[in-house]
Write a protein that binds this ligand. Sequence first.
Ligand SMILES: Cc1cc2nc3c(=O)[nH]c(=O)nc-3n(C[C@H](O)[C@H](O)[C@H](O)COP(=O)(O)OP(=O)(O)OC[C@H]3O[C@@H](n4cnc5c(N)ncnc54)[C@H](O)[C@@H]3O)c2cc1C
Length: 597
Amino acid sequence: MSNYVAPVRDMQFVLHELAGFDEVAALPGNADLSADLVNQILEENARFSGEVLAPLNEIGDREGSVWLDGDVRTPKGFKEAYKQFIEGGWNALQFPSDFGGQGLPKLVAAPVMEMWKSANLSFSLCPLLTGGAIEALLLRGTDAQQRTFLPKMIEGTWTGTMNLTEPQAGSDLALVKAKAVPDGDHYRIYGQKIFITYGEHDLAENIVHLVLARTPDAPEGVKGISLFIVPKYLVAADGSLGPRNDVRCVSIEHKLGIHASPTAVMAYGDKEGAVGSLVGEENRGLEYMFIMMNAARFAVGMEGLAISERAYQRALAYAKERIQSRELGGSGSKAVPIIRHPDVRRMLMSMKAQTEAMRALAYVVAAALDKSHHHPDKEERARSQAFVDLMIPIVKGWSTETSIEVASIGIQVHGGMGFIEETGAAQYLRDARITTIYEGTTGIQANDLIGRKIARESGATAKAVLEALRGFDRELAGAAGEDLEVVRKRLAAAAAAAQDCVNWIVATYPKDIKSAHAGAVPFLKLMGILCGGWQLARGALVAQSKIAKGEGDAAFLKAKLSTARFFADHHLSQAPGLRDAMVQGAAGVLALAEEQF
Ligand SMILES: Cc1cc2nc3c(=O)[nH]c(=O)nc-3n(C[C@H](O)[C@H](O)[C@H](O)COP(=O)(O)OP(=O)(O)OC[C@H]3O[C@@H](n4cnc5c(N)ncnc54)[C@H](O)[C@@H]3O)c2cc1C
């Protein structure tokens, strides 16, 4: 089976040519950041991901995590790998230096995270959830809470979880029932949480659960939910571990994919009540979650990209080895590697082009996240934040939906062997399948996109993005060559389709909200294809100019041009159909539903 080799060259290309590394490096707080340092980090992480994490991916899938009377044992090798992970300082990379982090920008963290996720998605979920909990404490934790929990969590010796879901409260967190009863200077937490990623495991000394619950006199609905810290082991003032808290893992789920990642059912307060401390103010828990959600949703979008990369590498290696059928139009009588057949090439190009489009868009958004936090100019911060807010549901929803398609094509490239577990191709599809569900399903992302991100502001940010695309069209107009001519034509048609949709959403949302929502997912896909295609086109323009000047690696740069052209012909070309599905098809969805269900 082929190993994972991090695509460092493409990562570097996107960082430097598309995402504006120099601009991010010039932001306050990044004085020590240099291109050389980033090179070293990427090379070292590529080695760690390829040599330590990737070989455990298949073992993790086969063995899975196992529940043993309240404890959870992770698969063979995970404990040792996690030890190396924290000793290498990887967990601390993107968190503030005040608590022991290395303070690197999101733009550098993005390729680093991508590598862990490609190498071993199940493993990567542990630091992902810890990261979410760290962000919440950074955002609203008291000084004492931050001092007690953050250094260990940033180091990684303690991990974190996010406890939102309950059996009756999934997409709709207004239905959360867990109780938090005041008891002196803390609260006692009671209730059940389900589907809690790394809710119990054997990798760390302590697990810091962040739990949504209601105080006794809290108002109904979303405005009555508070956020609490509930550690597995209570922590004394000096930071030492005390007795077990009243929280336990009742079972873990048996599931389609990510077998090594324990998905726990957690029981709080079966005895005296689990001791919890409030984060921020009562009744504002969901509001805090929403602020943090950008980071978590972005990270899950990156999972889509990462699995696609791994599935592509596996399929490419197989296509070079597998001998089958004579070459069309060839004179030889011998069967050739399947990569010689046009349809296999089409499949591989589709996997590659979509993966590169996802990467380019995700890193551009990561750079905007850095600017939204640290740019010295207030207006630039606000502009970047608006762009990030618009793009997050697209990165999450489109990249994860696309990863299912890419992983499925990966199986197709393998033929029958793809359906057999030993090639590994099937695992990528099974693992990818959860990414469109957790951290808000695709339907929820699309609702967010058309509602909070477009209708609420009359499409202002979306229109600004489309204006930027028109500016880019003028740049493309000056470029020579058939490839860029085709890319320009397709991009302009896709942008026009998106413009029609935005106008339609703004007009339709206030008077016919159901129709607007009926077309939300096709629109989200259109925006993903458009914004991913835009970034590939920018890359193609850079590549063309470098080729003309005789700079860089000619083969890599030529591939950038032909990949953008492929994406334009095969994917951007779908945009007008998606516009029709939204604008004309929405009413049909509702009519059909009334007649048939
Ligand atoms: C492996 C795994 C790990 C998870 N990890 C965590 C975790 O660590 N912490 C945590 O708190 N939760 C976790 N979850 C829970 C996850 O976030 C939820 O499963 C997810 O939010 C969807 O909720 P649900 O399963 O109740 O589905 P439902 O909310 O019941 O949704 C069912 C269907 O209805 C659709 N739907 C629902 N409401 C709407 C709407 N308003 N508009 C359009 N469509 C709608 C959905 O899109 C979906 O297609 C995990 C789940 C899994 C399976």
